[in-house]
Design a protein around this ligand. Structure first.
Ligand SMILES: NC(=O)c1ccc[n+]([C@@H]2O[C@H](COP(=O)([O-])OP(=O)(O)OC[C@H]3O[C@@H](n4cnc5c(N)ncnc54)[C@H](OP(=O)(O)O)[C@@H]3O)[C@@H](O)[C@H]2O)c1
Length: 294
């Protein structure tokens, strides 16, 4: 109950339908087909269902489904259906890039004039999808990263000219199930995206490994060095996530002039320090991504 301006007791009116903003897939119409329910596919499935997708609208194509995926049949999901495929509203391609030529061809019967195809395959460009799927298909190529497994990934997406604003919104809603989503209009940027956020988690894990190794070298017991490094990387990441401050300000805030952190940063921020090394590392990954795309 609340009081209106005249101080009468009036029944509280909900301002919006509870949870509607958190359930963008509640209104999904038609059918959604997921090709490949491995690590990424399963993370997306969990996110879609949590975001209001009706499981009866979902078809999963997966030769060796995990038990958790098989269990979704009880909720009405069609798993490897035998009936004649019909065009879906959207298909999401989450197979390994090397399985793509064969796997994507099998999707063709699910793709019609109004179908949106979203790929999360690393290194498979839009032109590959254009060749593998019926001509004129609305396509989105995207690059997620591994924190997607806990819904904390960041995905960068790029659309071809056939994608309508509505389909772009749908692609965003589907990809947001595994974390944040950014769009680029120039597909050429996807190599650098791959090098920064796609491969980036490995750089952060390496930082944790190197910090632990350095702690052990400084005399800490191995297990303590590992724990300190792990918690420091994870906690700092979470602080960066929650803080309105940027990384440079957070760093400056824990660096007293002439103190211990400053002594370490003097080396790390040397002319040939971490920034230079990271630039070379990202350039190498960008070049490799270009090579792999052919
Ligand atoms: N994992 C990451 O951090 C990450 C980051 C960025 C992008 N990606 C991209 O995400 C995609 C999926 O990666 P993932 O790590 O989830 O791989 P994954 O765990 O191997 O999942 C791929 C799934 O697709 C299934 N599959 C293979 N052939 C198929 C077919 N013909 N039809 C239907 N399903 C088929 C595989 O089954 P089998 O196991 O039986 O072969 C497997 O369950 C990849 O293209 C990858 O490049 C992943």
């Amino acid at each position: 109950m609340r009081y209106d301006l005249a101080m009468k007791r009036v029944k509280k009116r909900p301002t919006k339908r509870a949870g509607a903003a958190d359930k963008p897939l509640q209104k999904f119409s038609g059918r959604l087909v997921l090709l490949g329910a491995g690590k990424m596919g399963a993370a997306m499935l969990a996110g879609w269902l949590a975001r209001g997708l009706d499981p009866r609208k979902l078809t999963i194509l997966e030769p060796q489904p995990a038990n958790s995926v098989k269990a979704l049949r009880r909720r009405g999901v069609a798993l490897n259906p035998k009936d004649k495929p019909a065009p879906a509203s959207a298909v999401v391609i989450a197979v390994k890039p090397q399985s793509a030529p064969e796997a994507v061809a099998a999707l063709a019967p699910f793709v019609g004039n109004a179908t949106l195809a979203v790929s999360i395959m690393a290194g498979r460009p839009l032109r590959f999808l254009e060749q593998a799927l019926p001509q004129g298909t609305a396509l989105v190529r995207s690059m997620p990263n591994t924190p997607a497994a806990i819904g904390r990934g960041i995905t960068v997406a790029c659309a071809n000219a056939k994608v309508t604003p509505r389909q772009r919104k749908l692609a965003s809603d589907l990809l947001a199930a595994i974390g944040k989503v950014e769009w680029v209009s120039d597909e050429g940027l996807m190599d650098a995206v791959t090098a920064v956020s796609g491969s980036g988690p490995a750089y952060v894990f390496l930082l944790a490994e190197a910090l632990a190794q350095a702690g052990a070298a400084a005399g800490l017991p191995q297990h303590l060095a590992m724990k300190l490094a792990r918690e420091t990387v994870a906690g700092s990441g979470e602080l960066l996530n929650q803080s309105p401050l940027d990384a440079a300000t957070l760093r400056q805030n824990v660096t007293s002039p002439g103190g211990t952190t400053a002594a370490a940063l003097e080396l790390l921020m040397d002319k040939h320090g971490l920034a230079e090394l990271m630039e070379r590392a990202v350039a190498a990954a960008t070049a490799r991504s270009r090579e792999l795309a052919g």
